[in-house]
Ligand binder design. Sequence first.
Ligand code: UTP
Ligand code: MN
Length: 492
Amino acid sequence: MGFLEAVEILSRRAGIPVPERRPGERGKRAGLLEALELAAVAYEQWLADPARGAIARAYLDRRGIARDTVKAFRLGLAPAGWENLAERLRGKVGEDVLIEAGLVARRDGGRGVYDRFRDRLMVPLCAPGGEVIGFGARALGDDLPKYLNSPETAVYRKGSFLYGFDQARRAPGADQELILVEGYFDAIALHQAGLRNTVASSGTALTTEHAKLLRRVTARVALTFDGDTAGREATLRSLGVLLAEGLDAMVVDLPAGEDPDTFVRNGGTAGWAQARAAAQDPVGFIRQHIFRAHGPGDPREQALQATVRLASGVSDPIRHRLLLERAAGAFGVGLPVLARAVALQRSGGPADHAVRGVVHRQRGQERSIERKLLRALLIAPEALDRVRTRSSPEDFHDPECRELADWLWQGRDPLAAEDAPGPLARELRASEGADLDWDAEAMGAVRRLQERRVREELLDRRNRLSHAAGDETARLMQEIDGLARMLRELSA
Ligand code: UTP
Ligand code: MN
């Protein structure tokens, strides 16, 4: 707010009389805010009106929104009809101001105005100080668009607005973590469930301005996303923006088909606590959702590219280093290689190419161990029983090797298969040649696969431990202890 406004507000709060500013002096901003406030009050009254508000109140009841929540968020109703608001504010607010506030539009032909919002549930958008600066207007049925929002005005800019911020920043624990959701109703539902440190990005891509605003009040953001591809891509982009502004970020995964609203309505805060405890840090998120995905392209390469892009935006040297160390561990690549790729990315160089090279080399190494084990099993099938107790086909990263392992583990004979994995099996079998102790070869190779898996699990648990609380901490420490012992035994 401007200086004069601040003086006015503080004076009023302190009970000091404020001289009226003459209309000419009065800021345009103050005029718009006054119009928006009057509109919000009108919408609230229409919602409370026994007859006019009945359908909208029933809608809110169906969605489990309590009276207190309606009040706290100042939800309202724009009744059907073209001039309810224009009529109500006539004489109180000039037409030009109403137009500039985005509340009405001028009729074609120039005479008179009509309401922008009609027959919709009104969600006031409030500035960090609580002033109404615009509205999101939800259809009460299946009308499109679902939301009609205020246009950008002198007081409302979408790129810097976070819904619920005013309340969230005062919530207990907000300085440690804010929960970031997409929808107005997600934020409302979480607040109602007691998770008052929640803000919504209103369905737009997160901007640097949003991140700066968050940074002013909190250290960490817990992002929740829709479990679909679009949601995941949006999450990756948002992570980049948050990390670049020096915020910590965690990603909370919800079960498929749920959004935060339905999720807390069904599972309450306990359900949320569980999902939050299982949250992933950025690298964990990338690993879980890209590395293990079965989409087109090489998932490991995509995961590393995503990590390199993420890291290249992080300028703080310590955070940058931590992120790369974590990624190096999670994806099993060397730190210097990653650092080089980031440097290339930053200078506009061929970072993609560098990453591809690393992945290629690494895949070669991994595959050679997996092939070694499979070859030994094909030549000395009696080793299979012992190998089977120590590893499973999931331990194979190379898809072809994994398929062949699947066959062997199931006791099927791959050598007889015409299609995959037949050709690979015959190729490995044919390279027999050297007179090795195949049993010992198999046991050596399976031990290296085990080591690789335990290392991965250990990293995952250590990473979770750094964000865990309560019972979860003790459980993770126990797991880490066990895994570390296993690793020592394996490499002994
Ligand atoms: P959602 O569709 O997830 O909204 O869109 P929601 O708030 O959860 O709505 P319900 O639960 O269906 O009532 C996320 C956000 O995207 C913006 C809004 O800010 C919405 O809250 N949005 C969505 C629009 O601006 N216009 C639209 O037509 C749809
Ligand atoms: Mn929703």
